[in-house]
Design a protein. Structure first.
Length: 130
């Protein structure tokens, strides 16, 4: 499987970015490419997305900046999404590994990577207060 690592620098401390980004309730504010709303249902995060209703399973809180998550779509297929926040001086870098799915065209892969970048830029603006 091919991956493309998409990242952005955020001029805020790692902990602040991690605390905000690790809360799935904040996703509609900075990741509209993933979901427009999210609710806690029977202990799980359920969201409305362009793909229909999805279930989100996030890495447990940790001190390493790991924001990995699984997205399960209505068909039952689950996608693993590696994501990290790492310290970079007084700020941090957020890196999302976009995974090319079987049968995905170059154009589809580019669209996914561009959508992730747009979400990361929205996260940057949100956390930096721009």
């Amino acid at each position: 499987m091919t991956s493309r690592h998409v990242s952005t620098y955020i001029d805020r401390p790692l902990k602040e970015v991690y605390d905000y980004a690790s809360d799935p309730a904040n996703l509609p504010e900075w990741a509209p490419g993933l979901c427009s709303s999210v609710d806690r249902v029977d202990g799980r995060w359920v969201a409305e997305s362009p793909m229909g209703r999805i279930v989100l399973d996030w890495a447990p809180p940790n001190e390493f900046g790991v924001l990995d998550h699984h997205v399960t779509v209505e068909s039952g297929e689950t996608f693993y999404n590696p994501m990290r926040v790492t310290a970079d001086g007084t700020g941090c870098e957020v890196v999302f590994s976009v995974r090319r799915q079987p049968g995905m065209t170059d154009g589809e892969f580019d669209r996914d990577a561009n959508a992730v970048l747009a979400d990361l830029v929205a996260l940057k603006r949100r956390v930096e207060g721009a």
